[in-house]
Design a protein around this ligand. Structure first.
Ligand SMILES: Cc1ncc(COP(=O)(O)O)c(C=O)c1O
Length: 407
C-alpha cells in the first residue's frame, strides 16, 4: 500500500501536537531526529494504563495481572516490529543511552585487557561513550574514521577488525548526516573474527523496517520516542546472548532474559505507549499479520519520507550560500535527514530565525560530536531537517522559502 501526500495529510489529524499553531501559522515539526510527535492512540493507551492498572507487576490481584499481560504484549509487539523470534529478546529501559551503558558494562566484564572494541567517528555519543568507558579496564577502543563524504570507508573498517576485536558498536544510520551504514559488511567482518556486533538503530528504526533475523546483530538498540512513541529504550538481544552477560542486577531480580538487564521498576505506562505506537504505524499497512502490516507501512512511509528529503536535499543545495553535508540521495539507502551550513549565519542563528517563523529544526551537534569534529565543524554546528511520516511537501517548500530569504 503506498503512503501518499494525501496519507501524510490524513495522518496529521491523528497527532494532537500538529494542530498547534503559532500566530495563525501551523508549526512545522521538522525536528523528528530529535524526537517525533505522538498520535492520540499512544496518548490514549498511556492514559488508559493510568486509569485502569497503575499498579506494580507480579501481584496476585487483577490490575497487577493486567500489567503483566500488557508488558508481555508490549515485548511481543516490539519483537514483531524488529522481526525478533519472541518477546524474550526484548528488554526495556529508560532510554537507549542507559541501556547501552548497562550493556557495555556487562560486556566489558567478559573482556580482558588488550581486547579491542571498535567504534566509529560517525556515531552518536550514546554509542561511543559507553564503549570508551571500557578503556578504564584496559580495553583498547579503536575508531573507524569518517570520510569527508559523511560515510565510513569499507577498507578503513576492514583494516580495523582483527582477531583482537571482540565487539563492534556501529550505528545503523547517522542522526546528524542521514548516512546508512553497511550492516551486512559489518556482520561479515565481525563474524569472521568471532566479534559481537552491537547496532544502534535509534535513527534507523523510525525510517526503515528492521529484520533482526536478516541483519543478525548480537544486540540492537532503539528508542520509542523516535518512532511516534513515548520515552522508552529498547534492547534486542539475540536468543542466548543476554544470558551470557554478567549484568548489574539485584540478587532478587529475575536472571532470565529479557529481565536480566532491566533494573528497578520500569515505566509501564510508557512501555504500553510504545506498543501502541507500533500498532499505530501498522495501521497504515496491509497484510494478514502484524509483521506484514508493519513492514508494508514502514516501506511505504519510508518511500514518502525519502521523496520529500530528496526534494529538500536537491533544492537546498541550489540556494547560494548553503552547503549540504552528508551523502547524496543516490542508489544507496539514505535516512531522510539532511544537514546544512549557511555562509552568512550560524546554525543557531538560522534555527532561531526559522523557529520565530514556526519552523522547528535542530541546530548543533546532536551528540554526534565526533562526526562534526571529523568534518571540521566542531563548535559550529549543523542545521538539521528531519522528515517524518506527517511531513508534507508544503512544509518542505515553506522551509526552502524561509532559507532562501535567510541565506
Ligand atoms: C543515533 C542515536 N543514537 C542514540 C541516541 C540516544 O537515544 P536515547 O535518547 O534514547 O538515549 C540518539 C538520540 O538522539 C540517536 O539519535
Amino acid at each position: 500500500m503506498p503512503f501518499t501526500e494525501a496519507d501524510a495529510l490524513r495522518s496529521r489529524k491523528d497527532f494532537p501536537a500538529l494542530q498547534r499553531s503559532r500566530d495563525g501559522d501551523a508549526l512545522a515539526f521538522l525536528d523528528g531526529p530529535g524526537g517525533s510527535q505522538v498520535p492520540a492512540a499512544v496518548i490514549e493507551a498511556i492514559a488508559d494504563f493510568y486509569a485502569t492498572c497503575n499498579v506494580n507487576t507480579h501481584g496476585n490481584f487483577p490490575p497487577s495481572r493486567e500489567v503483566d499481560r500488557r508488558m508481555q504484549q508490549a515485548r511481543e509487539v516490539v519483537a514483531v516490529f524488529l522481526g525478533a523470534a519472541s518477546g524474550d529478546c526484548i528488554s526495556f529501559g529508560q532510554n537507549m543511552t542507559t541501556l547501552n551503558f548497562a550493556l557495555s558494562a556487562a560486556l566489558g566484564r567478559t573482556l580482558a585487557p588488550g581486547d579491542e572494541v571498535l567504534i566509529t567517528q560517525l556515531d552518536h555519543e550514546a554509542n561511543r561513550g559507553p564503549w570508551l568507558r571500557l578503556q578504564e579496564r584496559g580495553i583498547v577502543v579503536r575508531e573507524v574514521p569518517l570520510e569527508a563524504s559523511g560515510e565510513l570507508n569499507a577498507g578503513e573498517l576492514a583494516a580495523r577488525i582483527s582477531a583482537r576485536t571482540k565487539v563492534f558498536a556501529l550505528g545503523a544510520s547517522s542522526n546528524a548526516l542521514g548516512t546508512v551504514n553497511d550492516i551486512a559488511l559489518a556482520r561479515r567482518l565481525t563474524r569472521a573474527v568471532g566479534a559481537l556486533l552491537v547496532i544502534d538503530a535509534v535513527h534507523y528504526a523510525p525510517h526503515f523496517p528492521i529484520d533482526v533475523r536478516a541483519m543478525d546483530p548480537d544486540f540492537l538498540l532503539c528508542s520509542s520516542y523516535k518512532f511516534y512513541g513515548p520515552h522508552v529504550g529498547v534492547l534486542y538481544s539475540k536468543p542466548g546472548a543476554l544470558e551470557r552477560l554478567p549484568t548489574d542486577r539485584l540478587m532478587v531480580q529475575d536472571e532470565a532474559a529479557p529481565y536480566r538487564i532491566e533494573t528497578g521498576t520500569l515505566n509501564h505506562a510508557a512501555i504500553d505507549g510504545a506498543r501502541a505506537a507500533i500498532e499505530y504505524l501498522a495501521s497504515w499497512g496491509a497484510g494478514a499479520t502484524l509483521r506484514e502490516r508493519i513492514v508494508d507501512a514502514m516501506t511505504a512511509i519510508s518511500a514518502h519520507e525519502h521523496d520529500l528529503a530528496r526534494t529538500y536535499h536537491e533544492s537546498v543545495g541550489r540556494i547560494p550560500g548553503v552547503r549540504v553535508w552528508g551523502p547524496g540521495f543516490g542508489t544507496r539507502a539514505r535516512a531522510p535527514t539532511v544537514s546544512i551550513t549557511l555562509d552568512k549565519l550560524t546554525a543557531a542563528q538560522a534555527a532561531a530565525s526559522l523557529g520565530a517563523r514556526g519552523i522547528c529544526v535542530w541546530d548543533g551537534h546532536f551528540y554526534a560530536v565526533r562526526a562534526l569534529e571529523a568534518l571540521g565543524l566542531a563548535g559550529l554546528g549543523l542545521l538539521r531537517t528531519g522528515v517524518s511520516m506527517y511531513t508534507t511537501r508544503a512544509e518542505i517548500h515553506r522551509l526552502l522559502g524561509a532559507l532562501e530569504s535567510l541565506a
